[in-house]
Design a binder for this molecule. Structure first.
Ligand SMILES: Nc1nc2c(ncn2[C@@H]2O[C@H](COP(=O)(O)OP(=O)(O)OP(=O)(O)O)[C@@H](O)[C@H]2O)c(=O)[nH]1
Ligand SMILES: [Mg+2]
Length: 317
């Protein structure tokens, strides 16, 4: 596949084309991903999450600058929640990161969080492989940390950063359910406004109260003002120190293997669904089955087991 070669050479148009193949779930998707696979595994993947307007993109912009100063290639995948509240997010991000627009060492890509056949996390995972194979040293995923699918997206990262802002105490409560537990680095942004120290204490308190820490490390808390560029260099250094630590302790491998497990399971389930759809005409028949189960004419387990047996008898499974 010519496209694979061009991607591994870092060709910008080929990279964009590759991501489109993944987004559109084109026929060539599997060939592309498998073809790129041997070239992946080198990039460091950083996930940054937090409420709308917490300053994620401003921070990413700072990180890009530090990376470029160190001659690193960096890609950003901004997962756009397509909600009416952040409808301007993509445009805002583009404007903010415009300083890097002509730099071939920086690639910024927005992805909608809805409308992908295999789901947004599969699409993001594919895009990560494209950037990785293309030789990007660092890949950042920016996403608003709400909902299960978004947690799945952020779990594609080697290091997870949660951005919080003073004066949003309730926010912590809301976040607690999913992301608090998996964050490696708590970033208190907008520390130029009041309450940053208090927020830091609240996070510390929460971490203390939390379930016995089964993480292989203690989460870090950093105070930053992305806008004023204060604390950002320390944040940048901390991120990579943590990643090195994860590598040395085996945590990184553990996480990556966990992701491979999820990926293999997903592929199996998608393929099995396809088989069921075609062999049983699932879509067309479902309405009839629902009626029968609803009217107590058939029982759910008994019905499904019989169907499965038929498929096996006919060697269709
Ligand atoms: N006071 C202050 N404002 C900041 C800081 N960092 C970012 N902002 C402002 O906060 C607003 C939102 O910043 P973004 O970087 O777009 O936030 P975001 O989290 O990417 O927003 P979404 O992508 O829409 O969720 C902008 O007006 C920034 O200028 C900071 O450290 N201090
Ligand atoms: Mg943003």
């Amino acid at each position: 596949m010519e496209l694979i070669k061009r991607i591994t050479r870092g060709n910008t148009r080929a990279i964009a084309r590759g991501i489109s193949v993944i987004e559109n779930n084109s026929d060539t998707k599997e060939e592309l991903i498998d073809g790129l696979y041997p070239f992946t595994g080198k990039a460091q993947i950083i996930g940054i999450t937090g409420s709308p307007g917490a300053g994620k993109s401003t921070i990413v912009d700072r990180i890009i600058q530090f990376e470029r100063n160190n001659n690193k290639k960096i890609a950003v995948i901004a997962v756009d929640p397509s909600s009416p509240f952040s409808g301007g997010a993509i445009l805002g991000d583009r404007l903010r990161m415009q300083t890097h627009a002509t730099d071939p060492g920086v690639f910024i890509r927005s992805m909608a969080s809805r409308g992908y056949l295999g789901g947004i996390s599969a699409a993001t995972s594919g895009a990560i492989k494209v950037f990785d194979a293309a030789g990007f040293d660092t890949i950042i995923i920016e996403t608003i940390g709400v909902g299960q699918t978004e947690v799945e997206v952020i779990e594609l990262a080697d290091l997870i950063i949660l951005t919080l802002v003073p004066g949003m105490g309730d926010e912590i409560q809301a976040m607690k359910a999913g992301i608090m537990e998996i964050a490696d680095l708590f970033l208190v942004n907008k520390s130029d406004i009041d309450g940053a120290d208090r927020l830091k204490s609240e996070i510390e308190y929460m971490l203390m109260l939390g379930p016995e820490n089964d993480k292989a490390h203690t989460p870090q808390i950093k105070l930053v003002s992305a806008k004023n560029n204060s604390g950002t260099e320390e944040l940048y250094n901390t991120m990579f120190k943590q990643l090195t630590l994860f590598k040395e302790s085996g945590l990184l491998d553990k996480r990556r293997k966990e992701r491979i497990k999820m990926e293999i399971e997903h592929i199996f389930i998608d393929k099995l669904k396809d088989i069921l759809n075609t062999r049983l005409n699932l879509k067309e028949n479902m309405g009839i089955w629902i009626e029968k189960v609803y009217n107590r004419e058939i029982r759910p387990y008994n019905f499904v087991n019989k169907k499965m047996e038929n498929l096996k008898k006919e060697n269709l499974l």
